[in-house]
Design a protein around this ligand. Structure first.
Ligand code: CP3
Length: 355
């Protein structure tokens, strides 16, 4: 029920949800929809509860995490919730001195550049993130039949923030390590893989129904370098959570040339940005995997009719694919009109309703 966020039927279980059925490539009554960054600054109710509370502090408060995660579910009627957090939360939890600066992103006080720096990356213990366990438990109770997606940053994208010290256009220090000191690079990615695997396990054991690995900046790499220097670490993460049977989603931006490799890393669902049409994305990803995407988030700034034309193009490209989850090609932009998102959810549901 959109108004209360409560399940309309207490028998509802996330495993039977439209979203999880699509992840498993089963038949669905309509195409499921959720949005990356659906919780956040596009919503006035988010800006209200976040007032005076720093981003990372809000991530450590189960009451706030629960409220913020539920906001887009209530407002938009999306088919899945995504746990409100950030990719740098597990790094903060092991004591890395970092902060999320408004309008900038994660900033690391002392970048990781040497073998000595690597020693600061101790393993993550589940007890370091008890607030995550508590928030997931609160959320799964509130969400009823609506699935909750857990997530983590992939080793390459986390490494980029750690090595650069903050957001980066060219990833030059990161690539300098990757090409110049392959042993140190491999050791760094292996540690990050272990931290990420523990962070996802905590979320799964607390009750999330699916997990997404965000390798947002992997598109900066040539395919051969991705395969040699990044894929093994991401594959280690996927392998570590394979036994739980929850769908594993893999996503990055500008990854048209990497889609096949990102599927091979061990995902059940691969997300694509808007630069590749979904039918072509599915061909590159290969058989046996569902596809997620891929409306350009900037399209939502156009009038309603234009949004529908572009959403229709995504649905047409997805026609005949078994397993399509409608999403944007990257996160909701902060200035997006929330009503445009609600209308888009309704449009996709109506256009794809069976019968
Ligand atoms: O709704 C959701 O999708 C869940 C929330 C979520 C956030 N961060 C909340 C957030 C998710 C899934 C992330 C993941 C994340 N964080 C990624 C991968 C996804 C992607 O967009 O590629 C990356 C690269 C980050 C790093 C990061 N954190 C950036 C680039 C920023 C934006 C900085 C800014 O202010 O423009 C953040 C901060 C952040 N993470 C915000 C939110 C809601 C904004 C902070 C605020 O509201 O004050």
């Amino acid at each position: 029920d959109r108004a209360t966020g409560q399940p309309t039927d207490l028998q509802d279980h996330p495993r039977d949800s439209v979203f999880l059925r699509a992840c498993r490539r089963e038949s669905v009554p309509h195409t499921p929809v959720w949005f990356m960054r659906q919780a956040g600054r596009s919503l006035p109710e988010y800006r209200k509860v976040r007032q005076g509370i720093a981003m990372l502090d809000s991530c450590m408060r189960p009451d706030l995490v629960t409220e913020i995660t539920l906001q887009p579910v209530r407002r938009h009627g999306v088919d899945a919730a995504i746990y409100f957090s950030d990719i740098v939360v597990p790094l903060k939890a092991i004591g890395i001195d970092l902060d999320i600066k408004p309008g900038v992103g994660p900033v690391v006080e002392t970048p990781v550049r040497s073998r000595a720096d690597l020693e600061r990356l101790r393993p993550l213990e589940p007890g370091d993130v008890d607030y995550v366990t508590e928030a997931v438990r609160l959320l799964t109770r509130e969400l009823g039949g609506t699935p909750l997606i857990g997530f983590a940053g992939a080793p390459f994208t986390l490494a980029s923030y750690l090595v650069e010290g903050g957001p980066s256009r060219n990833h030059e220090h990161t690539k300098a390590m990757m090409y110049g000191d392959p042993e140190l690079w491999a050791a760094l990615l292996d540690r990050l893989a272990d931290i990420t695997a523990v962070f996802l396990k905590v979320q799964i054991e607390a009750g999330v129904s699916a997990v997404q690995l965000f390798d947002s900046w992997a598109g900066a790499l040539a395919p051969a370098d991705y395969r040699r220097s990044v894929l093994p670490a991401s594959a280690k993460v996927f392998e570590a959570v394979a036994g739980y049977g929850v769908p594993r989603i893999h996503f990055g931006v500008g990854t048209g040339e990497l889609l096949g490799a990102m599927g091979e890393a061990g995902a059940d669902v691969v997300g694509a940005d808007w630069r590749v049409p979904l039918d072509e994305a599915a061909r590159r990803i290969g058989a046996g995997k569902a596809v997620q995407g891929n409306l350009d988030p900037a399209v939502l700034f156009a009038p309603r009719e234009a949004v529908e034309v572009q959403a229709r193009r995504v649905l047409d490209a997805a026609h005949g694919l078994d397993g399509h989850i409608f999403n944007l090609g990257h996160g909701v932009l902060p200035e997006t009109d929330p009503d445009a998102l609600t209308r888009l959810v309704d449009y996709v549901h109506e256009q794809t309703a069976a019968g």
